[in-house]
Design a protein around this ligand. Structure first.
Ligand code: DX5
Ligand code: ZN
Length: 218
C-alpha cells in the first residue's frame, strides 16, 4: 500500500510561508489548516492567503477546514485550485450535497471526523468521498499527543473502506511522529499529516523521508 506524507504548515513560520513551502518540496502535498475560532478555539488563515499559497506552492494543497459554515466556504477552496478539500462532518448541514459541490469544482473531497465522532453512521457516504480523515487529536492546535484510543476507529474505517470497494484515502492528523506513525499505518491509515514532527526539526525534508520510511515498513 502506497503512503503519503502531508506536512502541516500550522507549525511553519507564517511570516515566511513561501520559503517554508519550498523546504517541504519532497512532500506529497501540503496540509493547510483553516480555523475560524468558532468550530475550534483557534484562528489561522482564510481564502485570500490560501489562494496565494496555491499560487506559490511546489506541491498540491490538501486543505483541512476546521470552520463552522463548511457548506458555505468549502466549494471556494476547491474553486481556487486546491487538490483536496476536507470539511468536518460535524460542521456540514448537507454533507452529500457539499461533497458533490467540491467534486464538481475539480477537487478531491475529504470528510473529517473529530475524535468523538463515530465512523459508522457515515459508511454509506464513502462512495461520495476521496478521503476520510480521522482526527487523532482534538482539532485546533499543533503539537498535541497522538490519541491511541483512535486506533480501533482507524481499523474499523479501513475494513469498511475495503468492504465498500470505494477507492479512498484514509488520512490521520494529529500527533503523527516517528514514534506513532507505524501504529497508525498498521491500523490502516495511508495518508499522514505531520506538523510539528516536520517543521520543528532542522531539516523538514529529511523528517518527511524518515516518516515515509517508517509508514511504509511492512
Ligand atoms: C490540528 C491540525 C493539524 C496540526 C497537526 O487541529 O488539524 O493538522 O497541524 O499538528 P501536529 O502534527 O503537530 O500534531
Ligand atoms: Zn489538520
Amino acid at each position: 500500500m502506497g503512503c503519503a506524507i502531508h506536512p502541516s504548515i500550522l507549525s511553519a513560520d507564517f511570516v515566511n510561508l513561501e520559503a517554508e513551502l519550498h523546504r517541504i518540496s519532497n512532500a506529497d502535498a501540503v496540509h493547510v489548516d483553516v480555523m475560524d475560532n468558532h468550530f475550534v478555539p483557534n484562528l489561522t488563515l482564510g481564502l485570500p492567503i490560501v489562494a496565494r499559497i496555491q499560487e506559490v506552492s511546489p506541491v498540491p494543497l490538501d486543505v483541512h477546514l476546521m470552520i463552522s459554515d463548511a457548506d458555505r466556504w468549502a466549494p471556494e477552496y476547491a474553486e481556487l485550485g486546491a487538490a483536496s478539500v476536507t470539511f468536518h462532518v460535524e460542521a456540514s448541514a448537507a454533507p452529500v450535497r457539499l461533497a458533490r459541490e467540491i467534486r464538481k469544482r475539480g477537487a478531491r473531497v475529504g470528510m473529517a471526523l473529530r475524535p468523538a465522532t463515530p465512523v459508522e453512521p457515515y459508511l454509506d457516504l464513502l462512495s461520495e468521498l476521496d478521503l476520510l480523515l480521522i482526527m487523532t487529536v482534538e482539532p485546533g492546535f499543533g503539537g498535541q499527543a497522538f490519541l491511541d484510543v483512535m486506533l480501533p476507529k482507524i481499523k474499523r474505517a479501513r475494513k469498511a473502506i475495503e468492504a465498500s470497494g470505494a477507492r479512498l484515502a484514509l488520512q490521520v492528523d494529529g500527533g503523527i511522529s516517528p514514534g506513532t506513525i507505524a501504529r497508525a499505518a498498521e491500523a490502516g491509515a495511508d495518508v499522514f499529516v505531520a506538523g510539528s514532527a516536520v517543521y520543528n526539526t532542522p531539516e523538514p525534508a529529511k523528517a518527511i523521508e524518515e516518516l515515509r520510511a517508517l509508514a511504509s515498513r511492512p
